[in-house]
Design a protein around this ligand. Structure first.
Ligand code: UDP
Ligand code: MG
Length: 218
């Protein structure tokens, strides 16, 4: 069985009704503690597409870190320009910015099951998340995909993204290998990683994921 790992962080003071507060206080048995899944994999490995299938089948709330950051850019918020420049370079936005966006979504959600897509992207991201939210993921899904396939998918997805071009993809792949793989390694050692072969039709890939959720998520 999966262990639910909920560490306590003394500085954490989420709103009384949030799942994080419930995780911390461990009150009333009929109240749900958060179930957190990190969804990792390189650019174009299919994280977003697979998250949509998981949401549809298992009723999770999908939080794409990249989408939350792009929303900051399009709503002209204070960090918008910095975020845009960082994304164009394929680099990683400072942890405090991303963690705050994710935290806000978790704390304001009625759901308690979260898919956190494309985060943490570095050990620094991971440590900041665990420290600020006071929780660890229950499961980490790693969509394993060869680089040439990822490049092919990103260049053909036509979503108008500033970072979906050959130059930025090369940088993102380097950043993925250097900074994101250590996060996957960290959770592999802790027995939390489910590695998924990301090559194949959407439904075929999803069939590898289905049994994990059927078993682990109540
Ligand atoms: N990004 C980031 N921190 C995150 C998630 C995304 O800095 O936690 C930035 C980073 O520059 C990344 C870009 O947003 O290259 C796009 O991320 P997204 O997850 O949307 O890309 P995908 O992997 O889905 O292609
Ligand atoms: Mg994505």
């Amino acid at each position: 069985m999966w262990r639910r790992v909920v560490s306590l962080y003394p500085l954490l003071s989420p709103s009384k009704s949030s799942v994080l507060h419930r995780a911390k206080s461990g009150i009333a048995s009929n109240e749900k503690t958060p179930f957190i899944v990190f969804v990792l994999g390189g650019p174009g490995s299919g994280k977003g597409t697979q998250c949509a299938k998981i949401v549809e089948t298992f009723g999770f709330r999908h939080l794409s870190a990249g989408d939350l950051l792009r929303k900051e850019i399009s709503s002209n918020n204070e960090n918008g320009v910095m975020i845009l420049d960082t994304i164009k370079e394929g680099k990683i936005v400072p942890s405090e910015v991303t963690v705050k966006l994710i935290q806000k979504e978790i704390e304001s959600s009625d759901n308690y099951k979260f898919l956190i897509d494309g985060f943490p992207r570095s050990e620094e991201n991971r440590i900041a998340f665990e420290k600020i939210l006071g929780v660890e993921p229950n499961i980490v899904l790693f969509y394993d995909c060869p680089e040439d396939e990822m490049v092919r998918r990103v260049l053909s997805r036509n979503e108008g993204r500033v970072d979906d071009n050959v130059d930025t993809i090369k940088k993102r792949l380097k950043v993925f290998a250097a900074l994101n793989l250590p996060v996957i390694k960290h959770y592999t050692v802790r027995g939390k990683v489910c590695k998924i072969n990301a090559v194949g039709a959407v439904d075929e890939v999803f069939e590898q994921v289905r049994p994990i959720f059927t078993l682990m998520v109540k």
